[in-house]
Design a protein around this ligand. Structure first.
Ligand code: ADE
Length: 396
């Protein structure tokens, strides 16, 4: 027996056609779920079939009576019980509810019977929500004239997760929000449309390359459009440290030529056009040496391309700069990992002054660093990031 969804509404004529059409309509015809829309007015007991009244305490608008909603919910529960179903899970759709997310969709998709109650006018008598509601959900920070569209949004996002509803089960696993990242851009024929070509990687026929391109697009989009989702994704998806290539090295900076290379990288990264992400340190690299910083210069095939420094006295990591031309290859990750391993005597190495929503911040999140407790709460824009991954704090 498939899932059952009941919608309690003053406007079943809005809800029913949606559930009977397209993908959901076909799935319902196949018996993959059953959906029922209930006319609330049919449960009124007054002569005028009135469903609402003025609010106690005054104010504009009308409030839905508790009684018809309660009686309708009892009738739905009796129908479900007659089918041998579990007690229905009752959700009130209101603008004051908890924000609805894909996580909620996944959770509700596991219900045997889901009942969605649509509010109308100014609201619903709170007592019936308290008595029957398992939760209140809002589909967004805006106010609708009623809960019908909201209940259809929830029904649609829950029902599409039922086995067999989507042609390809894999389909929804790749989509926006499923894994906490937004979906990558999609293209179909023709190859060139009004002068705009499909990105060449998608035509190369190499699935590994296509997957890598799509993953990079997803991350870049999420980072740009939904920084809070991206931060959360980084913190829950530890980034693997790329292997060092044979041509790579990182050496303690000693010679004038090495200091020169460090200064050049620093200038390239903090110059007007490059270092939007980079914190501007108080002093130049060589001066920082006097404050106990040990600098390491990274080279690829004898070509200096990145720098990082550690301070053994305090456990601080800093001065992480990657030449603009050498970015997006995991160098920052390698050097942050390298620097931490240079501080085995410190159980909690840290970075100071990391800007929120910068590449360095999300890099830190993905590598087991978290903002120091209290940091950022007062709206500071730079944070102290402390390495706190439990299972890796032992000296290496
Ligand atoms: N009813 C009115 N506005 C709503 C919203 N944003 N979400 C859910 N139900 C609503």
């Amino acid at each position: 027996m498939g899932m059952r969804v009941d919608i309690v509404t003053l406007f079943p004529e809005i809800c029913a056609p949606f559930l009977n059409t397209s993908i959901l309509g076909r799935a319902a015809d196949k018996g993959l779920f059953e959906a029922h829309c209930h006319q609330l007015r049919a449960y009124t007991t007054n002569r005028q079939n009135q469903t609402d009244d003025y609010p106690y305490g005054g104010g504009c608008g009308m409030v839905l009576y508790a009684q018809p909603i309660a009686d309708c919910l009892r009738a739905v529960a009796a129908q479900a019980a007659a089918q041998g179903r579990a007690k229905p899970h009752v959700v009130f759709m209101t603008a004051a509810g908890k924000p609805y997310t894909e996580e909620d969709a996944k959770r509700l998709a596991a219900c045997d019977d889901l009942v969605l109650v649509c509010g109308h006018y100014e609201g619903i008598d709170q007592r019936v929500i308290d008595a029957f509601g398992d939760e209140e959900l809002s589909i967004g920070d805006y106010v609708l004239t009623g809960g019908e569209l909201a209940s259809l949004v929830v029904a649609d996002s829950v029902l599409r997760l039922q086995p067999g509803v989507l042609a390809e089960e894999k389909g929804y696993q790749e989509e926006s929000y499923w894994d906490g990242l937004l979906e990558y851009p999609q293209y179909t024929r023709p190859e060139v449309w009004e002068g705009r070509a499909v990105p060449p990687t998608l035509l190369c026929g190499n699935h590994t390359k296509v997957d890598a391109w799509r993953a990079a697009q997803s991350r870049a989009r999420t980072r740009a459009r939904r920084p809070e989702l991206y931060e959360n994704w980084c913190a829950t998806h530890p980034a693997p440290i790329p292997r060092w290539k044979r041509a790579e090295s990182a050496r303690l900076v000693k010679t004038p030529a090495q200091w020169q290379a460090v200064a050049e990288i620093y200038r390239a990264c903090t110059g007007a056009d490059a270092g939007a992400d980079a914190p501007a340190p108080a002093a130049l690299p060589q001066e920082a040496q006097g404050q106990g910083w040990a600098f390491y210069l990274h080279e690829t095939a004898a070509n200096p391309d990145a720098v990082v420094a550690v301070r053994h006295a305090t456990g601080e990591i800093g001065w992480l700069y990657v030449q603009p031309a050498a970015r997006s290859q995991g160098l920052g990750r390698k050097l942050l990992d390298f620097a931490r391993k240079k501080l085995p005597e410190h159980p909690a190495p840290y970075l100071q002054g990391v800007g929120r929503h910068t590449a360095l911040y999300t890099l830190c999140l993905g590598m087991g660093y978290t903002p120091a407790p209290g940091d950022g709460l007062a709206g500071e824009c730079t944070l102290k990031m402390v390495y706190t991954r439990q299972n890796e704090t032992a000296p290496e």
